[in-house]
Design a protein around this ligand. Structure first.
Ligand code: ADP
Length: 647
């Protein structure tokens, strides 16, 4: 590394000043590990390093353009923001240079000395667990872009100067990616940043102009600043076919700098839309669909919205921190992920909003209350829902969408009352008619309803299989009534807020009375026995009754109309929440052989069989037993002849 390296600097976070000008610093311990892993796992994708450096350079230009709105002096006499790429074949270096915002010394330490600032551990884990096709995308998601240079580099040098600061306040950062870096002060005539990559021997392909050109066009074609490649024009030929003197190399712009979303739809090919999506999202897969609109009138704005083909890794758990759309005002990037532009339940949508009317100096706080922005947001929601509606005409694509984002979209039923019906039409459910591998929509369910049915029936459980195994389904199956099977964690919560669709009520088959299935009045002996069973189980159930809904199961639990499902009650209790006591009723199938046995049982056996009936009902309803050991002992007593049964 450098001549200043000493043992005691290794693996420390702090700087050790060795000379006035040049200091040696160490990355955190994890950084070394991360770099190592990245270099090896991304080898087959290594050209993405250029995309990452160009993307950082473009961000730096965006930041300066934004600041220059209120402080034009920052641009000085160098107002054409651009990114330049050049190679020095002899030295074996590739340089990505920008005249953007640049960095001061502290920023260099904070930005380049701390690898993947927050998510390093998580990133490492994901990288290990992911397939190689997914790795390039992970790099983008976790913001370790700059370090991807070490995939191809023996060493990387960054020379930078913050816009607005003096020439002597330049900084040089240098590292071979092994765990340390050096910093020194330099004089630098121009603002902005040069990233100089000393290429490894086997990476000399990145010295070739045509190779660089094709990578830039592929990955960075829609960056809105000119990307210029230092190009050797072909030598002119004189009349005799002899070459004249070699002309000087010149900067040639290799990308399309007209922002895609400002161009008319008819002029944009699907391929361009897909390319732009890839650059916007850092997703290596194409989008599922998109919608592009220019709105002119009292307000003018442009929107370009995409549905990705797959969910990012953290969609369900941590809300994605890049959630939101890129907000531009007259092509100046104002915010990278304006979450104010999208409700939570549409957090998978990616895209751009460019407003002609918002003030250029809006802050996140102002955005929250801005009327115009609220209007744009409402329009973005409508457009997104329309886009999904259209997508649903393509069964395969919609299935893909639903698998990836269905649970997120469902949140909209509760979050966005104003669009509830539109959202509801977009939901899909497995049902007793479709089976577990297919789905139906609510309009389709209604179309299939027999004359006279006015309820949309569903059952919730911890998972689809448990829902499909619910004993409550028996009567419905016999009657040929379709029941929706809801097995997502959020379904029980969702259905607690949602009672109607298209004039039909939504009801759980495991809650409340079933008017249509009225049980016959039991005989007196059975009535007595039901009462006796109730006394036994009094702590757990509010009633024990004869059931008309059971056909093959012996017993099931039925909750009050408004009660929370058992699996949900238990989940909340486990999370330490107070859940209002809500005792279910136990319904018994009087035709079942177990009931017959109960009739004939002595006291001890009655108790065992009685509890077993209850416990079976808990289990088949997707609940968990409070005391599994007691259940096991009880089952053994019933299975093993009395004399041996003591365990
Ligand atoms: P990310 O870009 O995802 O934040 P990187 O590791 O690529 O992560 O870069 C870290 C940070 O370094 C950036 O956020 C930015 O602040 C700074 N940086 C990188 N390249 C440049 C550049 N060319 N000009 C100014 N700042 C830069």
């Amino acid at each position: 590394m450098t001549d200043a390296a000493t043992d005691d600097t290794v693996n420390q976070d702090t700087a050790t000043a060795t000379t006035q000008q040049r200091e040696q610093h160490s990355f955190q311990t994890e950084a070394r590990q991360l770099l190592h892993l990245m270099v090896h796992s991304l080898y087959s994708n290594r050209e993405i390093f250029l995309r990452e450096l160009v993307s950082n350079a473009a961000d730096a230009c965006d930041k300066l353009r934004f600041l220059a709105v209120s402080d034009a002096g920052l641009l000085g006499d160098d107002s054409e923001l651009r990114i330049r790429i050049s190679v020095d074949e002899e030295a074996g270096t590739l340089t990505v240079s920008d005249n953007g915002i640049g960095m001061d010394r502290d920023e260099v330490i904070a930005n380049l000395g701390t690898i993947a600032r927050s998510g390093t551990k998580e990133f490492l884990q994901q990288l290990r667990d992911s397939k190689s096709e997914q790795r390039a995308e992970l790099i983008g998601q976790f913001g370790v872009g700059f370090y991807s240079a070490f995939i191809v580099a023996d060493s990387v040098t960054v020379e930078t100067r913050r816009a607005g600061s003096a020439a002597e306040s330049g900084v040089r950062w240098q590292s071979d990616g092994e765990g340390e870096y050096t910093l020194e002060s330099i004089e630098r005539a121009q603002r902005g940043t040069d990233v100089i990559v000393k290429l490894k021997q086997d990476a000399s392909e990145f010295l070739r102009e045509y190779r660089l050109r094709s990578i830039i066009q592929r990955y960075s074609g829609h960056i809105s600043f000119p990307i210029q490649l230092l190009t050797q024009p072909p030598a002119d030929v004189d009349e005799d076919g002899k070459e004249k003197d070699q002309p000087a190399p010149e900067w040639q712009t290799v990308n399309e700098t007209t922002a895609l979303w400002t161009r008319p739809r008819a002029d944009i090919s699907d391929e361009e839309y897909a390319d732009f999506y890839r650059q916007l999202s850092h997703d290596s897969e194409p989008p599922l669909t998109w919608t592009h609109n220019h709105v002119e009138g009292s307000q003018s704005y442009k929107t370009l919205l995409y549905v990705p083909g797959h969910a990012p890794y953290d969609m369900m758990f941590n809300r994605d921190e890049r959630q939101g759309l890129k907000l531009y005002v007259q092509r100046v990037l104002i915010m990278d992920a304006a979450e104010q532009l999208l409700p939570n339940y549409l957090r998978f949508v990616r895209g751009v909003v460019d407003s002609a009317d918002l003030p250029l100096n809006v802050s996140r706080e102002i955005l929250q209350e801005n009327d115009l922005l609220q209007k744009i947001r409402a329009a973005v929601v409508k457009r997104s829902l329309n886009m999904l509606e259209k997508l649903s005409e393509d069964a395969d694509k919609y299935r893909q969408f639903w698998t990836q984002f269905g649970t997120v979209l469902k949140e909209g039923i509760v979050e966005d009352m104003g669009n509830r019906d539109e959202i509801a039409r977009l939901l899909r459910f497995a049902s007793t008619r479709t089976g577990l591998d297919a789905t139906t929509s609510l309009p389709e369910y209604i179309d299939n309803m027999p004359e006279g049915q006015d309820t949309i029936w569903y059952v919730t459980a911890d998972n689809l299989k448990a829902a499909a195994g619910s004993p409550h389904l028996e009567w419905f199956r016999e009657q040929g009534i379709e029941v929706l099977l809801l097995g997502d964690r959020i379904d029980e919560w969702l259905m607690g807020y949602w009672f109607e669709f298209d004039g039909k009520s939504l009801k759980s088959i495991a809650k409340g009375k079933l008017d249509a299935a009225e049980a016959e009045e039991p005989e007196q002996a059975d009535k007595d026995l039901l009462e006796r069973l109730h006394r036994l189980l009094d702590e757990r159930v509010q009633a024990v009754t004869s059931s008309a809904r059971l056909k093959s199961s012996a017993a099931c639990l039925v909750l009050d109309e408004n009660a929370m499902a058992m699996h949900m009650q238990q989940l909340l209790q486990q999370a330490g929440q107070d859940v209002p006591a809500n005792k279910p009723a136990l319904e018994i199938n009087l035709q079942h052989p177990l009931w017959q046995q109960l009739r004939e049982a002595d006291d001890a056996r009655f108790e065992d069989l009685g509890w077993l009936l209850y416990e079976q009902a808990v289990l088949s309803g997707g609940g968990q037993l409070d005391d599994p050991a007691a259940f096991v002992q009880r089952t053994n007593r019933l299975l093993i002849p009395a004399a041996d049964a003591d365990s």
